[in-house]
Write a protein that binds this ligand. Structure first.
Ligand code: 6PG
Length: 243
């Protein structure tokens, strides 16, 4: 992460507003009728950003395909489901065709769900491994430990270099997760990290310093794309001297 990729906002509300506006702008097709693809993040920070995004007037949702960067191994109606959070805060509020919503099947056996999601991605993007799908936007969060999507420190998914989607046992969560892999994240046109809260400040500093070994998010560096880090003042405190 280099300084020019970082934007800091005084409050989490201003961060969420800026993120929504940047996503709306990035979802504008660069050519007539172009289909746009976005992978949403899980966690709690995106919820209000989604609500803001749903109210922005200039997104043509009929042209957008929505995916997820990761999912918990729970049914779609579960309170921990990333799909449910996005459904409530965004997808039920915008005119997106149902067949443009591609959720990870958290209710299924993780290995099966990962393979099925990889097939879905191949079908929509028209690619198969080793070629990588190139998402227009991938929205990511980051945990206090530097995980992103469900790529947690010390887990086997960190080393996957061929598959698009993989099941990942996460001892820190005592759970299995589904996650896009680093090759997919790093094939994106645009990755946006939206990170808020003082508990993230050390991991943000680690990513700035290139601590690839212990902060998985530091390894998100799109080869032919842009990576933006949108932070609130608390998350940025250790890189702006605010702490
Ligand atoms: C998930 C996420 C995860 C999340 C971070 C930050 O499924 O939990 O995809 O990577 O983005 O844990 O979560 P918060 O926004 O809740 O801090």
């Amino acid at each position: 992460m280099t300084d020019e990729m970082v934007s800091v906002y005084p409050t989490v509300g201003e961060l969420q507003n800026a993120c929504a506006e940047q996503i709306a702008e990035a979802l504008k097709p660069t050519s007539e009728g172009q289909t746009m693809t976005i992978a949403l993040s899980g966690g709690s920070t995106p919820r209000h950003m989604h609500e803001i995004l749903a109210g922005l007037p200039d997104v043509d949702w009929s042209n957008v395909h929505v995916f997820w960067g990761d999912e918990r191994t729970v049914p779609p109606g579960h309170e921990e489901s990333n799909f449910r959070m996005a459904r409530e805060s965004l997808l039920d509020r915008v005119p997106i065709p149902e067949d443009h919503i591609h959720r990870m099947a958290g209710e299924k056996d993780p290995a099966t769900a990962a393979k099925e999601y990889e097939q879905t991605i191949s079908k929509v993007f028209g690619v198969t491994p080793p070629d990588m799908p190139r998402f227009d936007i991938i929205l990511l969060g980051m945990g206090a430990d530097g995980h992103t999507a469900s790529l947690f420190p010390g887990t086997q998914a960190l080393d996957e270099q061929e598959r698009y989607v993989i099941e990942n046992h996460v001892p820190q969560q005592n759970a299995d997760r589904l996650t896009l892999t680093f090759p997919v994240l790093n094939a994106a046109r645009l990755v946006i990290f939206m990170v808020a809260g003082s508990d993230k400040a050390a991991a943000v500093e680690g990513c700035i310093e290139g601590d690839y070994a212990t902060r998985p998010a530091a390894r998100v560096q799109p080869a032919n794309g842009q990576c933006r880090w949108l932070l609130d003042a608390e998350a940025a405190a250790r890189i702006t001297g605010g702490e």
